[in-house]
Design a protein around this ligand. Structure first.
Ligand code: NIG
Ligand code: FE
Length: 418
C-alpha cells in the first residue's frame, strides 16, 4: 500500500458533507441531511483525499515515517470554506461614505450622487497594477486565515476595456501567487460608467462586442448588477444571452434592493447562481427552484452593513426547494468584511438557517455556485484535500461564537497552513 502523505487523526466530528445527491446542489431536507462521522480520520496522498472513516478502521500500515500526522484532538474537521461571491480587486476604500450612511443616506442615493461604486472606480482606474495585486494578496491572506480555500473574485471597478481586463488579470495572478484557489468572474456590467451616462444598453453592447471576446479562457463566469440605478431586467437578459452564446456561465446580482424579476429571468437562462435575493418573491423563488441547478447565493452581511431590515427569506427559500449558498460579498461598499463565519451566524440569526444548513451553504453548495462541486466542497475519497481543523468540538458551536474565527489549521491541496 502507498503511504499516506497526510493523516488527520482524532477528528471529534468529521463533517463530510457527503451522502446527498451528487448531480445537483443540496436543496430542501438534503441541506441538513449529510453525514457526520465521530472519532474519525482522513488520509491524503498528495493533493487528494484517499481514505476516511472511524479511527478504528485506520490502516496503520499506510502511516509511515513519510506521513505528516495532524492530531485534531477531538475537534471539528470540515471542508475548506468556499467564498463564492467577492469583489476582491479594488483600490482605496469607502470609509468616508460610512459617515454619510450613518447619517441616513442610502446606498443608491450615494451612487446616484457619483459616489459609491463610481468612487471605487475612480480609485481603481488610477491605481498601478502592482498596487491592485498587493491589495488582493493581502485580502487573500486574510481570507485564508478565516479558512477560505477557494474564492470567486469579480471585476467591476474598471468599467472600461483596459481596466476591466487588468482586474481579471490581477485576480488570476493573485491566484497563482498564494495557495487559495481564485476563480475570476467578469462583472464589467456593474454600473454604467460616466462615459456612457444615460446609455446603459450602449455600454452593454460595447462590453458584449469588445470585451467579452477578449476574455475567453480568462474568466468562466459573466455577472451583471440588475437594479434600479444599474441595469434593467430587459437589458440584463439581452446581455446575459450574448454572454451565454459566447460560452460563459452566468451569474446575476438581483433583488438586492427591489423586486424587479432579475433572479427568475437569469435562472430561466440557466444561470449558475442568482445572488442577493433579499427581495425575491415566493412566485419567483419557485421559478428559481424549477431547474434544480441554480444556486441562490445569500449575503447576510450586506443588509447588516447597509442598515436594512430586509434579509433574504432563507427559511422560505429552503422550504421551496431553492438550493442556497452563503457568502460575504466582500467589497468596499456594501460589505467590507471577510468574515464568512459571521455571515454564517447571521444566516442563522436573520434568515432562519439551522447550523447544519448554514455549513452546507458555505461548503458544498458554495462549490456548486462555482460549478466546482465535483472537485471540492465535501470530504470524500477522490476530492481535493481542502479541509479545516477548528478549535471547537461540536459543529453547533460554529455559529454560536459570534464573530470569532474558529480556524486552527487550514489544509489546501494536502498542504497544512497554521
Ligand atoms: O454586491 N450591489 C452591487 N455590487 C456590490 C457592491 C459594490 C460596491 O458597493 O462597491 C454588491 O453589493
Ligand atoms: Fe456583489
Amino acid at each position: 500500500p502507498v503511504p499516506y502523505s497526510l493523516l488527520i487523526r482524532n477528528c471529534g466530528q468529521l463533517l463530510t458533507l457527503s451522502g446527498g445527491p451528487t448531480d445537483r446542489p443540496l436543496a430542501g431536507p438534503h441541506l441538513s441531511d449529510w453525514l457526520i462521522l465521530e472519532n474519525a480520520f482522513v488520509a491524503c496522498e498528495g493533493p487528494i483525499i484517499v481514505a476516511l472513516g472511524p479511527m478504528a478502521e485506520l490502516d496503520e500500515a499506510q502511516v509511515t515515517a513519510e506521513t505528516q500526522v495532524l492530531d485534531a484532538g477531538g475537534q471539528v474537521v470540515l471542508p475548506g470554506l468556499v467564498e463564492c461571491h467577492t469583489h476582491l480587486v479594488f483600490a482605496g476604500n469607502r470609509a468616508h461614505e460610512f459617515q454619510r450612511k450613518l447619517q441616513g443616506e442610502s446606498y443608491l442615493d450615494i451612487l446616484a450622487s457619483g459616489g459609491g461604486i463610481l468612487s471605487t472606480v475612480r480609485a481603481t482606474r488610477a491605481a498601478p497594477e502592482e498596487e491592485l495585486l498587493a491589495n488582493a494578496l493581502r485580502h487573500l491572506r486574510d481570507f485564508r486565515r478565516y479558512g477560505i480555500t477557494t474564492l470567486e473574485a469579480k471585476s467591476g471597478y474598471g468599467l472600461d476595456k483596459e481596466t476591466e481586463l487588468r482586474l481579471v488579470r490581477v485576480a488570476r495572478e493573485a491566484g497563482r501567487r498564494q495557495p487559495v484557489r481564485v476563480v475570476p468572474t467578469f462583472l464589467g456590467a456593474h454600473v454604467v460608467p460616466p462615459e456612457y451616462k444615460g446609455r446603459p444598453a450602449d455600454y452593454l453592447a460595447f462590453l458584449a462586442a469588445e470585451v467579452l471576446p477578449a476574455l475567453a479562457g480568462a474568466a468562466e463566469f459573466v455577472d451583471i448588477f440588475c437594479e434600479e440605478g444599474a441595469f434593467s431586467v430587459a437589458d440584463s437578459r439581452r446581455y446575459l444571452q450574448q454572454a451565454r452564446e459566447l460560452g460563459f456561465k452566468l451569474k446575476i446580482h438581483a433583488e438586492q434592493l427591489h423586486d424587479l424579476g432579475g433572479c427568475a429571468m437569469a435562472a430561466e437562462l440557466g444561470a449558475v447562481s442568482v445572488d442577493h435575493c433579499d427581495y425575491l418573491s415566493a412566485p419567483d423563488a419557485a421559478r428559481v427552484a424549477a431547474s434544480g441547478q441554480t444556486v441562490a447565493v445569500l449575503l447576510p452581511l450586506v443588509p447588516l452593513f447597509l442598515r436594512q431590515d430586509k434579509y433574504a427569506p432563507g427559511r422560505q427559500l429552503i422550504a421551496q426547494g431553492v438550493p442556497v449558498a452563503l457568502s460575504t460579498d466582500f467589497n468596499p461598499g456594501s460589505c467590507p468584511s471577510k468574515n464568512l463565519w459571521l455571515a454564517l451566524s447571521m444566516a442563522c440569526l436573520k434568515m432562519g438557517f439551522t447550523p447544519k444548513e448554514a455549513i452546507a451553504a458555505v461548503t458544498l453548495n458554495a462549490a456548486w455556485a462555482l460549478r466546482l462541486a465535483p472537485e471540492i466542497g465535501s470530504i470524500e475519497v477522490g476530492k481535493r484535500a481542502d479541509m479545516l481543523v477548528l478549535n471547537v468540538p461540536d459543529y453547533q458551536e460554529i455559529p454560536y461564537w459570534l464573530g470569532e474565527n474558529p480556524v486552527r489549521e487550514v489544509i489546501i491541496g494536502g498542504q497544512v497552513h497554521a
